[in-house]
Design a binder for this molecule. Structure first.
Ligand SMILES: Nc1ncnc2c1ncn2[C@@H]1O[C@H](COP(=O)(O)OP(=O)(O)O)[C@@H](O)[C@H]1O
Ligand SMILES: [Mg+2]
Length: 316
């Protein structure tokens, strides 16, 4: 699998070079040249939400964070790359997606045609099957995807990717392209061990060195902090990674109910403690994003980042 990803990356790099040489971006599609375009495009904050174990609240947390940011007036893109329990469309009570990014990869539709509008103006991009099939793409398809992305004139402030659990291909692919990786764990010991195993693989194989932890379904803040301490200790002792505690979400019947009524609790009960916990996490995360950007200067947009990272690594 890792080999696959390396091959993928090598192919993308080759494509980027070919593309540069051929001046493709200036060609028939009359998109602006890469650098000019990058300097004009708003660069969104990006994060992948993941976990070692399934059913720990990734989708609920992702959706509620999206709502929190949208309510602050930010433009949010939610990429649904999870095939877990409750998919984003179910949680949001919108029609199940008819198309996925696969249709864009195979040049049948544009990103605009595949994207769905959700509540509070958020945009959802169904991606699961598309990403799973990414390693099977031809060079032409990859090239075409890059052009689709160039031409997708969407000005997102925040991009959240619900990646699914475990060391799936989705997780591997997206962690290369995002700024931050959020790990969700519950106090359940198997969830904690699986979270550790996930960080270990992402660190050893994908150079991920920073993770943001959210503890879900803790009895109280003290229990959440215990989970954090346990994970931070092993992360520090056995891996060279930094783990930030960004907050916790209480066990709350309102959340289970929100799945049944298909309306996020941040919309139906904005004042409830559980919604306030999402608000707190959204605020902490935004602070981390901004600090990081301040340190590192401009970030590069997402899929493009995957390409440019590879180019950078090959030059060093
Ligand atoms: N904090 C919570 N309080 C109560 N129930 C929760 C909480 N978090 C998750 N759940 C329950 O767990 C189920 C799985 O959550 P989900 O977000 O779909 O997990 P994942 O995306 O990680 O597979 C939800 O349908 C909900 O019933
Ligand atoms: Mg899920």
């Amino acid at each position: 699998m890792i080999k696959d990803l390396d091959n993928q990356v090598a192919t993308l790099k080759e494509l980027a070079e070919r593309r540069k040489a051929a001046g493709m971006v200036k060609g028939a599609l009359s998109a602006p040249p890469v650098n000019e375009e990058l300097s004009q495009r708003k660069v969104p904050h990006t994060m992948a939400i993941t976990s070692g174990k399934g059913g720990v609240g990734k989708t609920l947390i992702t959706v509620n964070l999206a709502i929190q940011y949208a309510r602050q007036g930010l433009k949010v893109l939610l990429i649904d790359a999870d095939l877990g329990l409750a998919n984003i469309d179910v949680v949001l009570g919108i029609e199940a997606p008819q198309f996925t990014i696969q249709d864009v990869l195979e040049d049948r539709l544009t990103l605009d045609q595949v994207a769905i509008q959700g509540p509070e103006g958020i945009t959802i991009l169904p991606a699961a099957s598309g990403v799973a099939g990414l390693s099977a793409l031809t060079e032409e398809q990859k090239l075409s995807l890059m052009d689709h992305i160039d031409r997708w004139n969407a000005d997102f402030d925040v991009v959240l990717v619900d990646t699914g659990a475990g060391i799936s291909e989705n997780v591997r692919f997206f962690v290369l392209a995002v700024e931050r990786i959020m790990v969700i764990a519950t106090p359940d010991p198997t969830s904690v061990t699986d979270a550790y195993a996930l960080m270990k693989v992402l660190f050893l194989n994908h150079r991920a060195s920073h993770f943001d932890l959210v503890v879900n379904q803790a009895r109280d803040e003290a229990e959440a902090k215990d989970v954090f301490r346990t994970l931070a200790q092993v992360a520090d002792k056995f891996l060279n990674v930094v783990l930030n505690f960004v907050g916790s979400v209480p066990e709350d019947a309102l959340l289970a109910q929100s799945v049944r009524v298909q309306k996020p609790v941040s919309i139906t009960h904005p004042e409830a403690p559980v919604s306030k916990s999402f608000q707190k996490i959204a605020t902490s995360l935004m602070r981390l994003w901004r600090e990081k950007r301040h340190e590192e200067g401009r970030m590069i947009f997402f899929w493009r980042r995957l390409l440019d990272d590879t180019l950078m690594h090959s030059e060093s």
